[in-house]
Unconditional design. Structure first.
Length: 317
């Protein structure tokens, strides 16, 4: 128990230090802030959610004492709470129905679906981004004016002068871009934490089949509603754009899962997948194409159709 507490404290202080590095103004501090949930996620997956709870409380207390209460709240909302809850969900399992349990104890449990964890990441990214916006105001025009002023003060010292049209576009894009980055960062942190604990032998669940990742059926309806509210105006439209952007990233990730499934029979599968990832990195529009593939799978069941048409695997010799 003492060792677990010490590990929790070490993870919490490491996470707090990474989060607090933003005050330095160094470029590397941006990367450290996005990786701040990683130590707590490792503690949650390797030593249990209670470990992440202890570390998160210790880190938030230290940040609140050194800096201020708002800084402490920001750490809890953006780092500690997602790390604890996602780690808890990743280790959540229940026994299979009687008569269907295999001999392996780990396989005898039905683990919390990866798609639902991905949906929780979207929720946390939306909450974090919306909370940041609410610090700027409580209505659309006030938030946009605050962002416009902030961008002007940020770009003027660098000698960059933007036209009013470009500045307005930047103000519109910034919230959705922030939500997209947070969604990807939380997903990457959880994947890295799982890899670290699995490599060390501390991951108390089997590695999931990521190719089968699928979002809950109602997610598509939520995306349609969010897109509809994007045209409403005001704060509601801004929040709807944030939700829609985060859900599109979630469908992009499931789109990659679809792609990994549909290319199983290709001899040059590694080459095709590598080229696809390279295209997505170089051309931003390719992200939308992969997201559409994920949506198409949700509507038409592309993976189920493909797997039903494949011949059964040969018996092991």
């Amino acid at each position: 128990m003492i060792a677990t507490v010490l590990i929790a404290m070490a993870a919490g202080f490491a996470s707090a230090l990474m989060f607090a590095s933003i005050i330095s103004g160094a470029l590397i501090s941006v990367l450290l802030v996005y990786l701040a949930p990683l130590p707590l996620m490792v503690a949650a997956l390797g030593w249990g959610p209670l470990s992440a709870t202890i570390g998160g409380i210790a880190a938030a207390t230290v940040l609140g004492a050194i800096f201020s209460l708002p800084y402490c709240i920001a750490f809890v909302v953006a780092v500690a709470l997602p790390a604890w809850w996602l780690g808890h969900l990743a280790l959540l399992g229940r026994p299979l129905a009687a008569g269907s349990a295999p001999a392996n104890d780990d396989a005898a449990l039905e683990w919390y679906p990866v798609g639902r964890i991905l949906l929780w990441i979207v929720i946390f990214a939306t909450i974090t981004t919306t909370a940041i916006l609410l610090t700027m105001g409580f209505d659309g025009p006030t938030i946009q004016d605050t962002m416009r002023s902030a961008w002007t003060h940020l770009l003027e010292p660098a000698g960059a002068k933007l036209s009013d049209r470009m500045l307005d576009a930047l103000v519109i894009i910034a919230p959705t871009a922030a939500c997209i980055v947070i969604t990807i960062a939380l997903t990457l942190n959880l994947w890295l934490a799982a890899k670290i604990t699995a490599t060390s032998g501390r991951l108390h669940r089997p590695w999931p089949d990521l190719k089968s990742t699928a979002l809950p059926p109602l997610t598509l309806a939520a995306l349609c509603v969010a897109i509809a509210f994007c045209f409403s105006g005001g704060l509601l439209a801004i929040v709807a754009q944030i939700v829609a952007a985060a859900l599109m990233i979630a469908y992009m990730l499931t789109g990659f899962a679809v792609l990994h499934t549909l290319t199983l029979a290709l001899k040059s599968r590694a080459l095709w997948l590598s080229c696809t990832y390279l295209i997505v990195v170089v051309f931003a529009w390719a992200v939308l194409a992969i997201a559409i593939l994920g949506i198409a799978d949700a509507v038409f069941g592309l993976r189920q159709r493909y797997l039903r048409g494949r011949p059964p695997p040969l018996p092991a010799s």
